[in-house]
Structures are given as structure tokens and as C-alpha cells.
Design a protein around this ligand. Sequence first.
Ligand SMILES: C[S@@+](CC[C@H](N)C(=O)[O-])C[C@H]1O[C@@H](n2cnc3c(N)ncnc32)[C@H](O)[C@@H]1O
Length: 263
Amino acid sequence: MRVYIIGAGPGDPKLLTLRGAELIASCPVVLYTGSLVPKEVIARARADAKVMDSSGMTLEQIVEVIVAARDTDQDVARVHTGDPMIFGSTAEQMRRLMELGIGYEIIPGVSSFTAAAAALGRELTLPELSQTVILTRAEGRTSMPEGEKLEALAKHQATLALFLSITLLKDVVRDLTPSYGADCPVAVVHKASWPDQVIVTGTLADIADKVRAAKLNSTSMVLVGRVLTATEFANSKLYDPEFTHRFRKGEPAVKTQGEMRAD
Ligand SMILES: C[S@@+](CC[C@H](N)C(=O)[O-])C[C@H]1O[C@@H](n2cnc3c(N)ncnc32)[C@H](O)[C@@H]1O
């Protein structure tokens, strides 16, 4: 018996991995986070599978379902939204499984931050502009560890992907503006990859008003950084004809007559 911790992806059922789909279709017990996992993903379950929504359960109730499955030697598909290893509350479940000696395997999924970037058509890392993406959240009822407060992270001026923060946008703007500047681009993607996806773009100066006007207050990814609108950025080394790497030998640039004379 095993527990398969499966990433369901951000919403579009076609973004579920083949391995995840296979396991959901074969496990006799399917336990899914009903708040964000689409019905089509769960519809793959066997007709005789025990399918349960964990959104109203406590950790101990989830563990009870898994222990009951273990006692009858039934595999469990534990389905989480996006990628289960990012803001998934999966660590505490894995810790309990380890304590109980129950084996588990993790099947990654497409996270909402990459789905949001895809919806925007923007690469989150650009040469010389940002080579770092910080995945974080604003401080709400869950406090942030010292050193990870938004004002501190903002000092890096890296691209930011903020989970679980849509209702805290005013605080986000307050904390980021001193380092990023009020004109820094911000994009909010609500329900990335779902049929009712909504995109709101702006700057730190106006995003809070725009999001309020659009009435977005749940399931949204907030992306911040100059990469969101940049057009003047350097090409990467990867496709540079002069750059040698493991899969391609670079050719020295052909010099013009003028350049040769200057040498
Ligand atoms: C509990 S976290 C789960 C994150 C998930 N593990 C992932 O990798 O995307 C829930 C938060 O993820 C973000 N989120 C999840 N699905 C989303 C989607 N389809 N579009 C935008 N944001 C989403 C929102 O910030 C939401 O508040």
C-alpha cells in the first residue's frame, strides 16, 4: 500500500501529468483538496473508488482515512492543487506518514506561478534584469519567519511570485514600493488556466485599486517585477553564436574589414 501525493496542476485538467492521471484512475481511495482541484481531474477516479474532499477535514481526519486505507491494503491518491511541494501543507502529512511507517511517493504538478507566467506570456527570468524568482506570500494570519518579511525580500529586487496574498495587496504595495519603486509592474492572475481566468495588470501605484475594481479576492497569483513589461533586455548566452556549451561549439564572431584594421 502506498500514498501518492499528486500535483493536480493549476486548474486546466489537461495540465495534470500523465503519471498523476494514471494514479488517480487506478487508486481505490482518492482524497483531494476540493477547494481548488477541478472536478474533471477527480472524474478520472474508478467508479468504485472512495472519493473524498479533504477541504473540510483536519490533519488527523486525513490521517484516519489513510490509516483505514492502509488497514485494507488500498493505495491512496492524495491530490493537491498546483505542485504539492509549494504551499501545499504536505510536509505535515508526510511527517505523519513517516511516523506511521506508511510509504509515499510524490508526483509533481504545474504550479500556479508558472501557469500565471504562461497566461501572461512573460518569462520570469531575463538576462541582466532578474535571474531570481522568489516564491513567497504576504504576512497574514500565518506569520513570516524573521528575515523573510516582504520589505527584506524586496531589497533583492528579484521577480516575486506571491501566493495567498490577494487580500493583502495594500500591505504588499506598502512593503514593496520603497525598493521596487511605484512604477514597478505587477500582474494579478486570478484562476490561471481555468475557463474563468482573469488578468489584471498595473503598477505598484495602481494595482490595489484595479484589483478592488475587478473584485478579485481569492485564488490569485501576484507577480511583481520589471520582467513583466521589459522589452529591452539582453539575449541569453544559450543561443549566442559565439558561446560554446555542451551541445554546441560557438564560432568566433566574423570581423568586418574595419574591425580588422582597428586590431
Ligand atoms: C494553498 S496555495 C497552493 C499552491 C499550489 N500548491 C501551487 O503550486 O500553485 C493556494 C494559492 O495558490 C495560488 N493559486 C493556486 N491555484 C491558482 C490558480 N489557478 N491561479 C492563480 N493562483 C493560484 C493562489 O495564490 C492561492 O491562494
